[in-house]
Ligand binder design. Structure first.
Ligand code: GLN
Length: 615
């Protein structure tokens, strides 16, 4: 690093002991120095600031929601933000985690399979993230071990400090540079004191020392207990949690107190006293009805302005931009909070039906659409594993729309096929997602094309009609691990179709994929001859990516081989979900005059109109 780039610090930063230059050189050349701290070439100290959010007392405090809301407030001021979730576990990514234990696997555009918190960041910030915004202990260790095998540390014993912590700091600085961030938001998984994240916390302490004053802001998120039997707030657990942070050599700048109800003055005073944090920097972050109101609540409490002061960022704020961003956000929050004009019932099938987190993004996508279309959605999760296909009418009667979401394995699939059949035959709005897209193909092949034993080779390897089969590109790498088609891909839309209507006549759109199986191209012609329309395709290969039934046959029947829920954002709800929800409103309120329900999302009705229910 050229020396002049290092002198960017102000008076209060200890430039005399300018460790960064020393560290950079040591990292590059010397194996004798105690420092081993490679710095990305061209890194300019002072350019990038860091917000580190640490949890104490217990997990599940909503660090991701806190961090993303605060990041949004800064982004709204036209600061560039780059969040990163640092997971303690050793898995390289979240791809192999059971959604039942860990929540949904969130796929990024570049194909990285991450924790569901990345979904929270993407939605809150309306920003696509990359693999650089997510790391696990496994990734960090892998990098260190790979380097060791390639002679990267010759002569040295490789240690947690400085080598592993050095790799963490490198990843953070590299992220800051790559995404040209004014502020990197670092969320460390777990709580302070866990074995798993100890080296992350040490790395952050080192980072703060090296970057100098006004460069790293630590927020300790804690929890104020309010035992029923006492009926008052108790701050001792929070104090002990904060002590843990200080034991790690970190003095928090801000304490955010999670609590069920607003945190009382007395509790805040104690927290301030025992953590050396002035009371103006201790905030009550009590439960709210909607997470979308948190940015405003933070702003009203002055949290954003404290952060700007701590990180010396007031000069980078664009006030006009902030006013406009806030106005747009308020339109959405007002819709979210206002009384809805309509009600509709949506059934979602799934074997993880009891666990909402397993389908968090679907829940969010419906929430976005419900607000925009002014409908109160009553969402029910229908477990198809025990379902008798003959009793499907009893299960789905009274619903206004059905979603068959993504999934793996054969359990519950016959029940899902029965649900799709019911939707197709009873003009019930349907959205199939990934597995739900494939199920729609199987159902159509069986019950419309007459291939009674049609199936996916995922469920029945010996089926005579493998309408869904393993992707040719996946066949080659079967058994090698990591064999899914992942990430954002272009989808070419057919003009004049429902898909094209929903996507505003766009020629191509982007969908996020995570699958191994696809429509076997040998069956496409038969399926089309019987009336199935493949309205979204891979631009070059015969990979079917959106299917639909024409409007003359069904009011709304669509499926995506990708996951539309992953790209729904509060201010830009996903079009296929918008179409489904609009169709659900129409189904629930058939007498409401045309025009009352947003026309934008209801496909124009051509004569002859809907097929009537056979029942
Ligand atoms: N199991 C199917 C496949 O691998 C669907 C995957 C999914 O729904 N994400 O293709």
């Amino acid at each position: 690093m050229p020396p002049e780039q290092n002198n960017t610090c102000g008076d209060e930063i200890p430039c005399s002991t300018d460790s960064l230059q020393m560290l950079a050189e040591a990292g590059r050349s010397s194996h004798e120095s105690e420092f081993f701290n490679p710095i990305p070439p061209g890194y300019v100290r002072g350019r990038h600031k860091y917000m580190a959010v640490l949890g104490t007392v217990m997990s599940g405090l909503g660090k991701g929601i806190f961090s993303s809301s605060l990041a949004k407030l800064l982004k709204d001021k036209r600061l560039r933000v780059a969040p990163i979730k640092m997971e303690g576990y050793l898995n390289i990514d979240s791809g192999t985690l059971n959604p039942y234990r860990h929540g949904e696997v969130f796929v990024l555009d570049d194909g990285m399979e991450t924790d569901m918190d990345l979904g929270t960041y993407e939605r809150m910030l309306d920003q696509d993230l990359t693999a650089d915004n997510f790391t696990t202990s496994g990734q960090i260790f892998r990098r260190v071990l790979d380097k060791e095998r390639h002679g990267g540390y010759l002569g040295r014993d490789v240690q947690m400090i400085p080598h592993v912590t050095g790799e963490v700091k490198y990843a953070l600085r590299e992220l800051a540079m790559k995404q040209n961030a004014d502020v990197v938001f670092i969320e460390v998984g777990g709580t302070v004191g866990d074995y798993e994240n100890g080296f992350y916390i040490e790395a952050l302490r080192e980072l703060a020392f090296e970057e100098g004053e006004k460069s790293v802001c630590f927020v300790a998120l804690t929890y104020i207990i309010e035992p029923h039997s006492l009926g008052e707030q108790k701050s001792k657990a929070a104090q002990l949690g904060l002590k843990k942070v200080m034991e790690a050599g970190i003095q928090p700048h801000i304490v955010a107190c999670r609590a069920h109800t607003e945190v009382k003055e007395t509790a805040m005073e104690k927290i301030a006293m025992f953590s050396n944090v002035p009371k103006r920097r201790v905030f009550s972050m009590h439960d709210r009805e909607s997470i979308y109101t948190i940015p405003d609540a933070m702003r009203e409490a002055g949290l954003d302005s404290q952060v700007l002061t701590i990180l010396d960022l007031h000069d980078r704020v664009d006030q006009g931009f902030e006013d406009r961003s806030r106005d747009r956000w308020h339109v959405f929050v007002n819709k979210l909070q206002s009384k809805r004009k309509f009600t509709a019932r949506v059934a979602i099938t799934g074997k993880y039906a009891k666990i909402r987190d397993a389908y968090a993004s679907i829940d969010k996508a419906l929430e976005h659409c419900g607000a925009h279309l002014s409908v109160e959605l009553d969402t029910r999760w229908v477990d198809t594993t025990q379902m008798d296909p003959a009793k499907v009418t009893g299960v789905l009667e009274g619903f206004d729309a059905v979603i068959v979401p993504g999934g793996f394995g054969v359990r519950g699939t016959e029940g899902k096929i029965a649900c799709v059949r019911y939707c197709r035959e009873n003009a019930l709005p349907y959205l199939g997602i990934c597995l739900g897209f494939q199920i729609a193909v199987i159902e159509f092949a069986r019950n419309v094309c007459g291939m009674q034993e049609a199936s996916s080779t995922e469920f029945n390897a010996g089926t005579p009609h493998p309408v869904i089969d393993i992707l040719p590109e996946q066949k080659k790498i079967e058994g090698l691990g990591g064999n899914m088609r992942l990430g954002g891909k272009d989808v070419l839309l057919t003009p004049g179709t429902l898909a094209s209507f929903l996507f505003d006549s766009a020629r191509t759109v982007r969908g996020r994929f995570r699958h191994r199986y696809e429509v076997d191209p040998r069956f496409i012609e038969t399926l089309e001859q019987h009336g199935m329309v493949f309205s979204g395709r891979h631009p070059q290969q015969p990979i079917m990516q959106i299917l639909e039934l024409p409007h003359r046959d069904h009011p709304f029947f669509i499926g995506g081989q990708f996951h539309p829920e992953l790209t729904s954002r509060p201010l830009r709800p996903q079009p296929m979900f918008m179409g489904l929800v609009a169709a659900a409103i129409r189904h629930a309120h058939p007498d409401v005059p045309a025009g009352e329900i947003s026309d934008r999302w209801l496909p124009p009705v051509k004569k002859p109109t809907l097929q009537t229910s056979p029942a």
